[in-house]
Design a protein around this ligand. Structure first.
Ligand SMILES: C[C@H](O)[C@@H](O)CC(=O)C(=O)O
Ligand SMILES: [Mg+2]
Length: 435
C-alpha cells in the first residue's frame, strides 16, 4: 500500500543534565543532553520517529536545518523513497543549494540524520520489524542500493561490499540466535564523567561491578594529576582483568596527547578516545604510531561527520577502533558504508552511544554489524550510558552488561509524548521551572 508522507514536525527537546554534571568531559563541561526530534506522518496515519543528538545551545539551529530539508521529504511516498534510497540520500545531501552549507557535515548532516532516521523507523514499522531485523533479513543487493558509494570507491567498491554481505550469510541464523539469547557486549561510561567527585565515581563503580559490568570508560584531559588519581582509583576498583578506556574529547594537540597518555599508560587503557581534533587524520595516525608500543589504541568517530573522513582514517591507519554514531553520520545509509569499510580494513567497530536516544538507535546497527558483516565479537563492544532511557517508548534492555535485541517494530527512538511536552525548549514545564 502506498504511504505518502504528508507532514514532518520537529521539536527542540532538552534535558538539564548539566545540573548534575552528567555527560561532562574535558571540552563539554556543561552539556544539557538534547535532541532535534522529528516525527513524520503518512496519509494513512502511520508515524516514523527520528532524532539527532545535541548538547543544548544550538539545537534550535539543527531544528531550522531539519525544517529546510522537510520540503524534500513531504509529498514523497515511503515506497518511492526505499525503491531508490541511494537517490533519496543524495537528494538530501546533494541539494544544489543546501549542499553549500555542508556538504555532508556539520548542522546540515545532523539534520539529515534526524530526517533519515525517521524514514528508516517508518520503513521498519511498516514491515513490522525492529530495524536490526529489517537490515539482517534484507537482500544484500537491496542493502547495497541504500548506500551512496560516491567518494569511497577507491577504498570499497559496490562489488566488494556485496561480497562481504554475501559471505556473511553463512552462520547468520546462529548469530541471530546467539544475540537473542546473550545480547551484544556493552561497556559503561556512566561511572566517570569528568565533573563527578571521587566519592560518586567510587559509588557508581561499585554499583556497576555488582551489576556485572566489566568494561569502563573514564573521562580525562583537563588536568593530568586528576587523571592519574581517577585512573588509579578506577583501576584499583576494577582490578587488572577488567577493561579500562579513556576519553579526552579532543582536548590535546598531537604531541601533548602522546605525552599525556604515556603518563597514563600504567593504568593499561585499551584505547584513548578522541585525543585531538576530530578532523586531524594525520595527527591521529601519529598518535596511533606513538602509542602502539604501549598497547594503547586510538578510538574516534563520535564527531567524524561522514564516510569520506572514516575512509581516510582507515587508509591512514589512524584509528584502531571505529566509533560510528547513529546521528553524526547520515543515518543508517552512511553507517552501512562505514561498517563495510571497517570490515574490509579489519578494524573493529565499537559504537558511540549515550546522550539521549543514541543507545536506543545504535544497538540496531551493531547487531546488524555482528550478524551480517563482521561475524566477530573480538575487541568489540558498544557504549552504554545510563541516562534518560525512561523517556522512550521502547527503551534499551541491558542484561548482564549486554544489549538485548529490541523486539518492537521500528528504530526505538519514539519518545513519550509527555516527555517531549515537558522538556521542549524553552516553553516546557521543566525549563519554565528553571527560569
Ligand atoms: C558530551 C558527551 O557527554 C560526550 O562526553 C560523550 C562522549 O564522549 C562519549 O560518550 O564517549
Ligand atoms: Mg567519547
Amino acid at each position: 500500500m502506498h504511504k505518502k508522507i504528508v507532514r514532518l514536525t520537529v521539536s527542540d527537546v532538552r534535558f538539564p543534565t548539566s545540573l548534575e554534571q552528567h555527560g561532562s568531559d574535558a571540552m563539554h563541561t556543561d552539556p544539557d543532553y538534547s535532541v532535534a526530534y522529528v516525527v513524520i506522518e503518512t496519509d494513512q496515519g502511520m508515524h516514523g520517529y527520528g532524532l539527532t543528538f545535541t548538547v543544548g545551545r544550538g539545537t534550535e539551529i539543527v531544528v531550522c536545518a531539519v525544517e529546510a530539508l522537510s520540503a524534500l521529504v513531504v509529498g514523497k511516498s515511503l515506497e518511492e523513497i526505499v525503491s531508490d534510497f541511494r537517490g533519496f540520500y543524495r537528494l538530501l545531501t546533494s541539494d544544489g543549494q543546501m549542499r553549500w552549507i555542508g556538504p555532508e557535515k556539520g548542522v546540515i548532516q545532523l539534520a539529515t540524520a534526524a530526517v533519515l532516521n525517521a524514514v528508516w523507523d517508518l520503513w521498519a514499522r511498516s514491515e513490522g520489524k525492529p530495524l536490526w531485523k529489517l537490515l539482517v533479513e534484507m537482500d544484500p543487493r537491496k542493502l547495497i542500493s541504500c548506500i551512496d558509494f560516491r567518494y569511497i570507491t577507491d577504498a570499497l567498491t559496490e562489488q566488494e561490499a556485496l561480497d562481504i554481505l554475501v559471505k556473511a550469510q553463512t552462520g547468520k541464523q546462529q548469530r541471530v540466535d546467539q544475540m537473542l539469547k546473550e545480547g551484544y557486549p556493552a561497556y559503561t561510561t556512566s561511572c566517570a564523567w569528568l565533573g563527578y567527585s571521587d566519592q560518586l565515581l567510587k559509588q557508581l563503580c561499585t554499583d556497576a561491578l555488582n551489576d556485572g559490568w566489566t568494561k569502563f570508560k573514564v573521562k580525562v584531559g583537563a588536568d593530568l594529576e586528576d587523571d592519574i588519581r581517577r585512573c588509579s582509583l578506577i583501576r584499583q576498583m576494577i582490578g587488572p582483568h577488567n577493561t579500562l578506556m579513556i576519553d579526552a574529547n579532543q582536548r590535546w594537540d598531537v604531541g601533548e596527547a602522546i605525552t599525556w597518555v604515556t603518563r597514563l599508560a600504567e593504568y593499561k587503557p585499551l584505547w584513548i578516545e578522541e585525543p585531538t581534533s576530530p578532523d586531524d587524520i594525520l595527527g591521529h595516525a601519529a598518535i596511533s604510531k606513538a602509542l602502539a608500543p604501549l598497547g594503547i589504541g586510538v578510538a574516534t568517530g563520535e564527531q567524524c561527520h561522514n564516510r569520506v573522513m572514516f575512509k581516510q582514517f582507515l587508509q591512514a591507519s589512524a584509528l584502531q577502533f571505529v566509533q560510528i554514531d547513529s546521528c553524526r553520520l547520515g543515518s543508517v545509509n552512511e553507517n552501512l558504508a562505514v561498517l563495510l569499510m571497517a570490515h574490509k580494513f579489519k578494524v573493529p567497530v565499537c559504537p558511540h552511544a549515550g546522550g539521549v536516544g543514541l543507545c536506543e538507535l545504535v544497538q540496531h546497527l551493531i547487531l546488524f554489524d555482528y550478524i551480517s558483516v563482521s561475524a566477530s565479537l573480538d575487541n568489540r563492544m558498544c557504549e552504554f550510558v545510563d541516562h534518560l532511557h525512561q523517556h522512550f517508548r521502547s527503551p534499551v534492555v541491558i542484561q548482564n552488561a549486554h544489549y538485548m535485541p529490541p523486539k518492537d517494530p521500528g528504530y526505538s527512538c519514539e519518545m513519550l509524548e509527555s516527555s517531549v511536552q515537558t522538556h521542549q525548549y524553552p516553553q516546557g514545564q521543566v525549563w519554565k521551572n528553571l527560569q
